[in-house]
Design a protein around this ligand. Sequence first.
Ligand SMILES: NC(=O)c1ccc[n+]([C@@H]2O[C@H](COP(=O)([O-])OP(=O)(O)OC[C@H]3O[C@@H](n4cnc5c(N)ncnc54)[C@H](O)[C@@H]3O)[C@@H](O)[C@H]2O)c1
Length: 268
Amino acid sequence: MTSIVEMKGLFDITGKVGVVTGAGSGIGQAIAYAFAAHGGKVVASDKNGETLDKTVREIRASGNSAIGVEADSTAVEEVRRLREEALGAFGRIDVLYAVPGINVRKRIADYGYDEFDRVVQVNLKGTFILIKEIGGEIAKNGDGGSVVVMSSIRGSVIEQGQAAYAATKAGVALLARVQAAELADRNVRVNALAPGYVDTPLVARIKNDPEWYRQSTQRNALKRWASPKEIAGPAIFLASPAASYITGTVLYVDGGWTAVDGRYDPKL
Ligand SMILES: NC(=O)c1ccc[n+]([C@@H]2O[C@H](COP(=O)([O-])OP(=O)(O)OC[C@H]3O[C@@H](n4cnc5c(N)ncnc54)[C@H](O)[C@@H]3O)[C@@H](O)[C@H]2O)c1
């Protein structure tokens, strides 16, 4: 029998230690703020030291706990240093958010091999390094934890010019599934978030192009982009006890983009 009392704390992450990468901007920054706002201890990381400092300053100014570690997620030694600094500050790691991602939008015919490598390096290899080095540490806890990687609607539905990005976003979702299987015996849950368009610097070029922006807002059921906060909520949920039976899944946070084809409302 369930009881009201056991429902308390379902969404509680108080005292959990979360490593949030890509925390200097956009979605990563929102996740870092949300994790702190809900009582978690934040290890914020980014390769951009300046924007990272701002995130850490904001969290501390709000009376919450955070350290900042400047690190490039594609460099194994830097990710190991990030892990060690997190352990040095807080003694353990409960949650990892593997967030950094970049995009080069070009048709395949025009795509440079160096550009392809760069996108794969950050989005796929960087995520792999993070989940291997830090997910592996979470697995040592003995009482479980949560790993969240950043996929995208582009991991399943695409548009022209998204070759490398789409392939990497499908790839990270499958990385999450494999690690979910491999760490299940240690109760570490591994999931992917798949947002639609979120208002961040990554997609500023689309927002600045009126026709492209208009089209991109019309192709989902809610007819708008998400704010970073709307991705942070599901990210915190995945780290909370409320998600204790969720692993190996891709959670779409896309305003209905992948549910509707967005072409026409026949007004029946
Ligand atoms: N914004 C969207 O519409 C959208 C939609 C779906 C998925 N996503 C994904 O969400 C994630 C975050 O995107 P965002 O929109 O917040 O982007 P953003 O550009 O605003 O922020 C990305 C952050 O990652 C950092 N970063 C980049 N490369 C790094 C590296 N090698 N090591 C460490 N840090 C690095 C950047 O310095 C930046 O602070 C990405 O994986 C992106 O693909 C974004």
